[in-house]
Design a protein around this ligand. Sequence first.
Ligand code: TA6
Length: 290
Amino acid sequence: MVASIDAETITLVNPKFPHTSVKVLKYGATVISWNVNGSEKLFLSDSAHLSESTPISKSEPVRGGIPLVFPRFGPAGNHGPTDSLPHHGFACRSTWEYSGEADEKSVKFTLKPQNSRLNTNWDYNFELIYTVSIVSENELELTMDVLGDSTQAFDFNVLIHTHFKVPDLNQTQITGLQDVDYFDKCTKTDEKGETKPVTISDEIDRVYRGTSKVISINYDEKPLFTIKPSPSFSDTVVWTPWLNGAKELDDFSPKSAYKEVVCVESGKVARFAKVEPKRTWQGSVTYKAY
Ligand code: TA6
């Protein structure tokens, strides 16, 4: 059920769970708040860009919340159709159409070539349908449908770039990624999966390939969040800028918040996904907050 709607945001409340709300910006269809019983679960920078800039090429994704990466994670390199697109693509820099309530627990947003002004060099007649659902008091489900062009197949990356709020990274651990090989974007090397859970004491930027387990973000060895992606979201990115990285990001503030955010992102980025003409590709992820 939509609790409120204005020119820029939609706030969703499921009447069965009135103490939980989700706020979505039409810009990027970015979830900027997931509030469970008065406790905010997402990091949002105080200086995030919350609307399109003019020209559109100057638009930046929201720093925080849940931006959507499509159709390029990049820099993927040497992939003709997406090479001309900015890092993370255009979905997070476009203003989506609000398509209304799907049912009492969900709202839908749509992006088509007409409203994604950045896609001039990526010339496919795609449609994205993004469904945001409050499935229980502490569970949020996000589903992306990628509808194919009527005549030609196309390749894409897609990633749900979630900024989870944590009390302190020093006591945070991520489980469920053990023994999964990854590409380390900081060192630009392929690494073998580690046997221990991920701990954080510096910048981390990793693309885990072929993740299939439930992932858990733990604080003091107790779960804060669990993350259950669909099999089609076969990759998981873990990113946190740490203090040095946060200092380089103009739209990250306060800088001291670097210790309170970790991105654990589900999607398809290690390789491109493909959608055949007139077909639909679907990926989804469910988060549970504790
Ligand atoms: O998803 C991880 C990542 O691509 C990192 O490599 C890091 O650059 C981060 O996202 C933020 O990217 P941005 O372009 O928004 O500064």
